[in-house]
Design a protein. Structure first.
Length: 568
RNA sequence: CGGGGCAUAGCGCAGUUUGGCAGCGCGCCUGCUUUGGGAGCAGGAAGUCGGGAGUUCGAAUCUCCCUGCCCCGACCA
């Protein structure tokens, strides 16, 4: 292709609307333009990248037996009422009415539609399992769209749904999809982790997120460098430390005036925060209040807390006035000793001996506290956030933290939709079986953003070869005024096309600096510079985007080299 | 949804405090020169100063209302 015939509106300066690398570079490189908050137009260059990503996804899914379909984006409310999500989805779902005043949703996801499809067409267990997917537009009216294509309101998602007679069948497909997602991300050339995640409100059990590692990512993941353990911070298990075997000291009550925080208490009593415990009071499911005890240096994990039977969900801290009424002291002086409410203690807190805690008496703390002797009623649970350096739950090393961009999420739906929507078939024995479902999502437009986030330098994007808008950027210097350059550039473009190399020839009447700067910005993996000087010796310059230095060679040799790189 | 900020030419910004001809850089158009890392000179086009109401002889500037956008927190591919 020729630059003079392609719409590539690059920007020299950073638009004020963007402040992270991927957003800035996609705008500046002429890949996307914003229409309104969270709404983006994909320009020719951007579409080329999207299509490549989609092609890879299709290949990996089709290879594993998934079949592509395409479902409507506008969906009747009736279906959503059946699943109960017309109410449950809230403002995130864009709603509208047609000319007959009937309610519709702009689909944020397709479980309802695909389940409806399945109950109409899956008339026998002999058709199972079935794995359907589509690459489609979704709309989610995000509270706060940001970071350009990383969190847009309208976006392209590959969503897949599988249907099974039993869990074994589901597990096989789940594993296939897990492999497919890893294969896609590997082919795209990304550093990523498949992490254990919370199913959130879509699924009903454990799931995996595919996180592309990037410092600007919104999610924190805990992973073990020595093994393949990786989990979302919400999910990462905090293993029990070895219990202290110190001989019990005498329980003592000490005045701790003006000590409101663990840091205050630790400093005042000259002990480390990890020898103190803090007691948090949350709302209970059965009782008004529930206590959760953590080691002084640890943080509560709200997801884990929400799974505790006695804790009300969503997890909410008790109001200070309620605490004062119930305990006659402020939150800073609470401890597990003699507390008249259900008490959960984190494993790390339980492992302590002779620790410090609040005395449930304003301005006093207890020292030398021991669980068995002084606060035996506590139930030991895992309820804290892991911290870097914690042992990995698989016993193979210690955890580290990284930030990630969630580009994919796969989970088991079970019968969450098939049951309320009546999706069942008869099995071989003539019994009605409600189908088990799996759900597999991958954000395609987000993935493009994540790629740029991971693959760029100060000058611009460095596309992984598999998804680059072009294989090679041909910089023809003086194309319009030097016949030899003109001819050589056209010939090189032809040579590329004959070899199946996608090339962009910069045939514009621009100066060298402009052309080089834009080539770096756009980020094709290979760059070939054709200038009068080197051409006199029959040479052109070749430089990979990610390397500083290029070299000179005859054009045919370079075309061959690029063709080879493309096919390996 | 809560908190903060911004809105002036296609893009980036100054001008607003203290009301008085709407400006600068980049980009765009024309011409000449230049030509391997975002050129130089000359000329030119381009603005409902986000919208509405008000104060005033006079409003980009002051007041009120509205809208849009960005950033920080709880959700998600």
């Amino acid at each position: 292709m020729r630059a003079t015939e392609t719409l590539i509106p690059t920007l020299k300066e950073t638009p004020a609307e963007a402040d992270i690398a991927s957003h800035v570079l996609l705008l500046r490189g002429g890949f996307i333009r914003r229409l309104a908050s969270g709404l983006y137009t994909w320009l020719p260059l951007g579409v080329r990248v999207l299509r490549k990503v989609e092609a890879i996804i299709r290949e990996e899914l089709n290879r594993r037996g998934a079949q592509e379909v395409m479902m409507p984006v506008v969906q009747p409310a009736q279906l959503w009422r059946e699943s109960g999500r017309w109410e449950a989805m809230g403002a995130e779902m864009l709603r509208m009415k047609d000319r007959h005043e009937r309610d519709y949703a702009m689909s944020p996801t397709h479980e309802e539609v695909v389940t409806d499809l399945a109950r109409r067409v899956l008339d026998s267990y002999q058709r199972l399992p079935v794995n359907l997917y589509q690459i489609q537009t979704k709309f989610r009216d995000e509270v706060r769209p940001r970071f350009g294509p990383l969190r847009a309101r309208e976006f392209t998602m590959k969503d897949g749904y599988s249907f099974h007679l039993d869990d074994d069948s589901f597990e096989r497909t789940y594993q296939d999809m897990r492999d497919a997602y890893s294969a896609v991300l590997r082919r795209v050339g990304l550093d990523f982790r498949a992490v254990l995640a919370d199913g959130g409100n879509i699924g009903d059990s454990e799931s995996h997120e595919f996180q592309v590692l990037a410092g600007s990512g919104e999610d924190v993941i805990a992973y073990c460098p020595e093994s393949d353990y990786a989990a979302n911070l919400e999910m990462a298990e905090a293993v029990a430390p070895a219990p202290s075997d110190a001989a019990p000291l005498e329980l003592a009550k000490v005045a701790t005036p003006d000590c409101r925080t663990i840091a205050d208490v630790a400093k005042f009593l000259a002990v480390e925060p990890e020898h103190c415990v803090k007691t948090l009071i949350v709302r209970g499911a059965e009782t008004p209040l529930v206590a959760i005890v953590l080691r002084g240096d640890h943080e509560l994990n709200l997801t884990k807390a929400g799974r505790l039977d006695a804790v009300a969900t969503p997890v909410a801290f008790a109001a200070e006035t309620d605490i004062r009424t119930a305990l006659q002291c402020s939150p800073g002086s609470i401890g597990p000793v003699g507390l008249a409410m259900p008490v959960y203690a984190d494993r790390a807190a339980t492992a302590l001996a002779n620790f410090v805690c609040g005395a449930n008496d304003e301005g006093y703390h207890l020292t030398g506290v021991n669980w068995r002797r002084d606060a035996g009623g506590a139930q030991t649970v895992d309820v804290r956030n892991v911290v870097p350096g914690d042992p990995s739950p698989d016993g193979k090393g210690t955890l580290q933290f990284a930030r990630g961009i969630e580009v994919g999420h796969i989970f088991k739906l079970g019968v969450k939709y098939s049951e309320p929507m009546g999706l069942s078939v008869q099995n071989g024995a003539g019994e009605d079986v409600t189908l088990t479902m799996g759900c597999y999502g991958m954000g395609v437009t987000r993935l493009v953003g994540a790629i740029v986030e991971q693959c760029h330098d100060d000058a611009g994007i460095i596309w992984p070869a598999a998804v680059a808008p072009f294989d090679v950027h041909i910089v023809a210097l003086g194309y319009d005024r030097d016949a030899a350059v003109h001819e050589a550039a056209d010939a090189f473009l032809n040579a590329c096309e004959e070899r199946g190399i996608e090339a962009l020839l910069d045939d514009r009447d621009e100066r060298a600096g402009v052309k080089f700067a834009e080539a770096d910005l756009i980020g094709a993996p290979h760059r070939v510079t054709i200038g009068a000087r080197n051409l006199k010796r029959g040479l052109v310059e070749y430089k990979p985007r990610h390397e500083g230095q290029g070299d000179l060679a005859p054009p045919e040799r370079i075309a061959e080299r690029i063709a080879q790189a493309k096919n390996t």
